[in-house]
Design a protein around this ligand. Structure first.
Ligand code: XMP
Length: 512
């Protein structure tokens, strides 16, 4: 049976995938398409509703993205958001003007609660505004359903034609009742029943992987992180032993991690696939010997990773497809392009050039991280893999300040293991990312009447929602003290433990 579908037409806004995700949270399948999607294609897709997104343009600019007017005659409900609302007004004969000053940020909006869109919404609701142009006059046949002191048409609608528009962004968290509004749009305006679950995503993806791959051979670079693990299991369920996963153990993983990955994906694990573990620890340590500069370390680890993977891929021979665990935020990040490079992030994004393959498969491309975790749980992947915190591609290499050696790796692994164990024991759950790092500082201490001259370990824990900014977490002092005690007693080579209070900015989350 064909599932209900809502499509988001992308006019260049920042939050477009977020709209899709909010609608999927309402159990209605939603996909983002560029605004160049043809009218016939839309008709063929037979969506229950369409959303026009925001975008940076003004409807009056020559080059601004438009759509043909006939879309309004399809009889499919449309919700225009921000630029999308202005486009709707402009194309249907309303007036759009440029304000002398922008309206930006959380804004109290007066709401007409009799609108389908605003059922159960408070009559004064906080919404997120971000615009300079505004609708000065709604088109004929439309009623105004929300206003602010500076925005005469904060929302408008023509229920007979099922056309709705909001100047504010219901998809962002700052619009307090935004999810309710999107829910109202898909259920009350579009008439959806909500037939989509994460299990449908899993089933549909497995089905479409089978169709795409046929009898082809597939190669996957498995890191043991959430994204590549979920991608690998989806592939394994779809095509079994046509899939080979190569797991490069660069010796910079957390304690026991390499073995844990092998337990799940190796021959004794529950999945049907070919698994190759490459123990390349010595090779990486050799390349890193004497190197202290952080960017150089990153570059060496990234390049060596590609070399090792390339050698393994050559043993396997030509493959038809390469799997990448790209998720939606990676797509946005790689699309930004112009922002300054603070750290050159290394992940499998660098692989395609070196492997002989025909096509890339990215089964998680449309999902956000928490959706990937839900898909992982749906697939029965062990919780410790699914709920894992982010771990950088260069691994402990950038958590050891200065030169990386096997001895230092062992110290940071043991300290980090104790830290994670105590956090779990204390039942602290809401941390964004936390880990131990090894500073390059040695200091004098005293232990059992003996002088020591050992390393200082730094503990880091941050709360963050997007990893672009972060605040130091308020971990109870007793927990920190316990961790300190255990590290100093149990980890040889450490005589001092510090807690890093720095937020980001000015710091970064990792130490290098
Ligand atoms: P920073 O240190 O830049 O970290 O504040 C932000 C987030 O990115 C992760 N990170 C990396 N991930 N390769 C990765 O795949 C890298 O080189 C890298 N450097 C930092 C970091 O763990 C945090 O989640």
């Amino acid at each position: 049976m064909k599932k209900e579908l809502v499509i988001v037409l992308d006019f260049g806004g920042q939050y477009n995938q977020l709209i899709a995700r909010r609608i999927r949270e309402c159990n209605v399948y939603c996909e983002v398409h560029p605004y160049t999607l043809g009218l016939e294609e839309i008709r063929d897709m037979n969506p229950k509703g369409i959303v026009f997104t925001g975008g940076p343009n003004s409807v009056y600019a020559e080059e601004s993205p438009r759509y043909q007017k006939e879309i309004f005659d399809l009889g499919i409900p449309i919700l225009g958001i921000c630029y999308g609302s202005q486009l709707m007004a402009y194309m249907l004969g309303g007036t759009v003007k440029t304000a002398p000053v922008s309206e930006f940020g959380k804004t109290e909006v007066d709401i007409d609660r009799s609108s389908f869109l605003f059922g159960d919404v408070e009559s004064k609701s906080i919404c997120w505004m971000s615009h300079t142009d505004y609708i000065a006059e709604a088109p004929a046949g439309f009623t105004v359903t929300a206003t602010t002191p500076v925005c005469p048409v904060a929302a408008m609608e023509c229920p007979e034609r099922k056309l709705y528009a909001t100047q504010f962004h219901p998809e962002v968290m700052h619009t307090v009742e935004g999810s309710k509004m999107l829910y109202n749009f898909v259920y009350k305006v579009c008439g959806c029943h909500g037939d989509w679950q994460m299990s449908s995503f899993v089933d549909d993806t497995i089905h479409s992987i089978r169709e795409t791959v046929g009898s082809g051979k597939v190669l996957c670079a498995l890191s043991g992180g959430v994204d590549s693990s979920v991608a690998a299991v989806l592939l394994s369920k779809a095509i079994g032993r046509q899939l080979t996963c190569v797991f490069v153990d660069h010796g910079l993983l957390r304690k026991n991690e390499g073995d844990e990955v092998e337990e799940v994906f190796g021959p004794d694990g529950p999945y049907d696939l070919n698994f190759v573990r490459v123990n390349a620890q010595e090779r990486f340590y050799g390349k890193l010997a004497g190197v202290t500069e952080p960017e150089e370390k990153r570059k060496i680890i990234g390049e060596e990773f590609i070399r090792v993977f390339e050698e393994e891929a050559q043993k396997i021979g030509a493959v038809d497809f390469l799997v990448q665990g790209t998720i939606y935020p990676d797509v946005i990040e790689s699309g930004l392009g112009k922002s300054a490079v603070i750290k050159s992030h290394h992940n499998v994004g660098g692989l395609p050039d070196c492997v002989d393959f025909k096509e890339i498969i990215e089964p998680l491309r449309l999902l956000f991280k928490d959706e990937v975790r839900r898909a992982g749980r749906e697939l029965g992947i062990p919780e410790y893999l699914v709920s894992r915190q982010p771990f950088p591609g260069p691994g402990l290499g950038i958590r050891i300040i200065g030169e990386v050696t096997a001895e230092k790796v062992k110290i940071v692994q043991d300290a980090d293991f104790i830290y994670r164990e105590e956090i779990a024991r204390a039942g602290i759950k809401d941390l964004g990312q936390y880990f131990a790092a090894l500073t390059n500082m040695r200091s004098v201490g005293v232990m059992g009447d003996e002088r020591t001259y050992d390393y200082a370990v730094a503990l880091r824990a941050v709360n963050t929602s997007d990893f672009m900014t972060a605040e130091c977490s308020d971990i109870p002092f007793e927990v920190l003290q316990k961790v300190m005690n255990r590290i100093i007693n149990e980890v040889k080579g450490v005589n001092r433990v510090m807690y890093d209070l720095t937020s980001k900015p000015p710091g970064t989350i990792e130490f290098e």
